[in-house]
Design a protein around this ligand. Structure first.
Ligand code: ATP
Ligand code: MG
Length: 392
């Protein structure tokens, strides 16, 4: 009995002419994600992707199944047993594959879908007959068509028939890469990893930029960010991380600008650096983890003066969310425990005691005129180190 994975595709089925390229994107994302577990053969037909393991450990297919739960573009998944398209084979397979679960369940129903109309039994006949055969082997069971504990599904498709138990919900959204590429401003905090997950869900592939200020920020702070990026690749696929040395720029700001504007000037500089880097890596948006009003640098005024320097659209998927909602997602995607490790971020190194809440553009520009901004930005870009963390 061969076990295979059936994936039902989501929104991408709606995309008309683009559908083929969306499907290909999804298939290549899946391939990349599961290739470490063994060799797999993928095929797509009728809004379903079939994954078969051709070589690997016995649990390769189970590991691939777990991994597929996090891949965007999939609405639901099931682990199915494939069998020949005749009723005897379907019955034997159902009893062998789902016997254990059936013996523990109280109630069940059979669901059948016959897309191959040449199959001699129609769907209601398959349901009735298989239901009867299951009952005679497991007489303790009750049939409950409305609220069964277990649903046995039979699908008679083009090349074979498939039997499966529960369908589990997939991650939804669109295949990563189908919406282009963006640049994530990745700090070590709770918010920016969640922002990455949300934009990945909408099909954005990302590169990440992290600003650090050694020796005010430590090696461990950098490692924490790389760990976060590695964890994100489970959902977002490949994510190159560019670490930008920001100490010199921050010291220049501290020495030359009014204290209450430190954070904003620093943010504006980050924005310019990120936009410049994006050009080089063919990236077309900036993503941040900002949430309106969460801290002084996330008031409307502060967001406005930072965005004013952006040459690309700035996406802030968390803008309307409460911290509690953000934390919930970060726990779900398993970044929370890393995010709360207490290492410093360059944003917290020279924090003003009383940051300006309603900054005036003219004041910022006047303060920035005292810096050799272009040279500082050039130096930042020249000092970038690239990493490519992976999910283990
Ligand atoms: P986070 O939890 O993501 O760190 P935060 O609540 O601490 O966010 P801020 O420190 O104001 O808020 O940062 C707002 C956003 O600016 C972050 O979500 C991130 O996108 C970006 N950012 C902050 N610090 C850095 C950094 N050192 N490198 C890159 N981006 C950063
Ligand atoms: Mg932060």
């Amino acid at each position: 009995m061969e076990r295979i994975i059936l994936l039902k595709l989501g929104e991408i089925a709606l995309k008309g002419l683009n559908r083929r390229s969306f499907e290909e994107k999804l298939m290549s994302n899946i391939r990349r994600r599961i290739s470490a577990f063994g060799n797999f053969n993928l095929r797509s037909a009728q809004s379903t992707v079939y994954i078969r393991c051709t070589a690997g450990e016995e649990d390769a297919i189970d590991r691939a199944f777990e991994a597929c739960k996090d891949i965007f573009g999939i609405v639901s998944l099931s682990l199915a047993a494939e069998c020949e398209k005749n009723y005897d084979s379907i019955r034997e397979t159902a009893l062998a594959f789902l016997g254990d679960s059936l013996s523990f369940a109280q109630s069940f129903k059979v669901d059948a879908k016959r897309s191959d109309k040449r199959f001699p039994m129609n769907s209601p006949e398959i349901m009735r007959t298989l239901g009867g055969d299951i009952l005679s082997k497991y007489p303790h069971l009750e049939v409950d068509v409305h609220n069964p504990e277990m649903t046995v599904t039979v699908e008679v498709r083009d090349f074979a028939a498939y039997v499966h138990g529960e369908k589990v919900p997939g991650a939804g959204g669109m295949p990563v890469g189908s919406a282009g590429r963006g640049t994530l401003l990745l700090s070590g905090g709770i918010d920016s990893p969640v922002a990455a997950w949300m934009m990945g869900k909408r099909g954005l592939e990302m590169i990440a930029v992290h600003f650090e200020s050694p020796p005010y920020t430590s090696q461990r702070a950098r490692e924490k960010v790389l760990t976060l990026a590695g964890k994100l690749t489970r959902y977002t696929g490949r994510m190159r991380v560019f670490v930008v040395p920001f100490t010199e720029a921050q010291l220049a700001i501290r020495d030359n600008c009014p204290e209450d504007l430190f954070t904003l000037i620093m943010r504006r500089m980050m924005m310019e650096c990120a936009c410049r880097l994006s050009e080089k890596y063919d990236s077309h948006a900036i993503i941040t983890g900002e949430s309106l009003g969460q801290v002084a640098s996330q008031t409307l005024g502060a967001i406005g003066v930072t965005e004013a320097l952006a040459t690309l659209p700035v996406l802030r998927p968390l803008i309307g969310m409460d911290k509690e909602e953000i934390v919930q997602i970060s726990r779900k995607i398993d970044t929370y425990e890393t995010s709360i490790l207490p290492y410093e971020d360059c944003c917290t190194v020279f924090t003003p005691k009383h940051p300006r809440l309603r900054p005036r553009m003219a004041d910022l520009e006047e303060a920035e005129a005292r810096l050799n901004k272009d040279a500082l930005i050039e130096a930042c870009l020249a000092g970038v180190t690239e990493y490519e963390p992976l999910y283990d």
